[in-house]
Design a protein around this ligand. Sequence first.
Ligand code: CA
Ligand code: CA
Length: 385
Amino acid sequence: MKKLHVLFITFITTFILSSCESNVPPNGLEPLTAYDGCEVTNLDGYVCVWADEFNGDSLDDSKWNVEVNGFGGGNNELQYYREENVSVENGHLLITAKKEYFMGKDYTSGRINSKYKGEFTYGKAVIAAQVPAGKGTWSAVWMLPTMNTYGGWPHSGEIDIMEHVGYDNNRVHASTHTTKFNHLNEVNQAITFSKTLYEATTQLNIYELEWSPGRMLVTVNGERIGEFNFTPAFNQDVPYDDVYPFDQAFHFVLNVAVGGIWGGVQGVDDSIFPAIMKIDYVRFYQQDYATIDRENPSTPEDIRKMTQLTQGIFWKPSTDDTAVEKYAVYVDGEFFDYTNLNQYTFVNRIPFKALMPGKTYDIQIRAVDFTGRESALSDTFELTL
Ligand SMILES: [Ca+2]
Ligand SMILES: [Ca+2]
């Protein structure tokens, strides 16, 4: 009886230990801690990791940088950005554009960013904003890359979660800018989706960016504005970062411009000022992979050689219970390199490991999720360079 009891205890202990162990991420990733300054800490399986609720009486400089310049935003905008045009009152951030002469400019306004203070790769950005009406205003809630890993604008990308220009009232726009697709490129313009939103200027609306590897969905009040996906089959001429550099850290930018190449298309109505963008909160959420991930990614399939950039390959993205962080590329049975999306180019990556033209290599791919769980190795693909 005693022996059985001990056996039973041993069995239970082993069972508990082994079931705990199986949930520990192979890469040691720690569970997320919710940021207690966030008024909604959990949202659809996401945990709030950063937020500003704008509850104080001045801008929190541990979270934001105030931009001061008359540079024109690179778009021939007419404002001078000043600290005086940014305020926090009654739980809201106010960015106020004014008809006011300053330092050679006829208007002043405000622009803030969270560079080095709030920057993220993947997750969900949630912003409650009310934009000003009036011809000449150009309001924006957007994100820029912090490190310019792929080069200066537009090579490292730009994510415009919400833009509104006053002359086209009650239309909100979501855009991405990249090396291949940007507004200075006459053939491939920035990728933009627009939506009519009758309350854009009369109430706070909730804008969301849901961002996972290879996919970004922008919504307002839960309704889709647009979706930006990495589609290697349509981009067989360039490495993925030319069309989808959105695998790096980005920070927020909030501003109201006056005039400029978009906002100023129909001039500026001087009777509209002051024009105020009101923001109730900016929050950023991330998936708690360490807590929720349990399964290995599916095995990568359907590896193909790119038709134009012929030293590159792409494959069908693996699926996972949370998300695939990266793919390991194997050449002739040996690990070669990692890539963040389902495409790899053997040029300009690791020069000292360059493959030889005319030779045939056995390529295999393995998917890895954010907890370090791995798929099986794919079938072999014979690549002749
Ligand atoms: Ca607030
Ligand atoms: Ca997984």
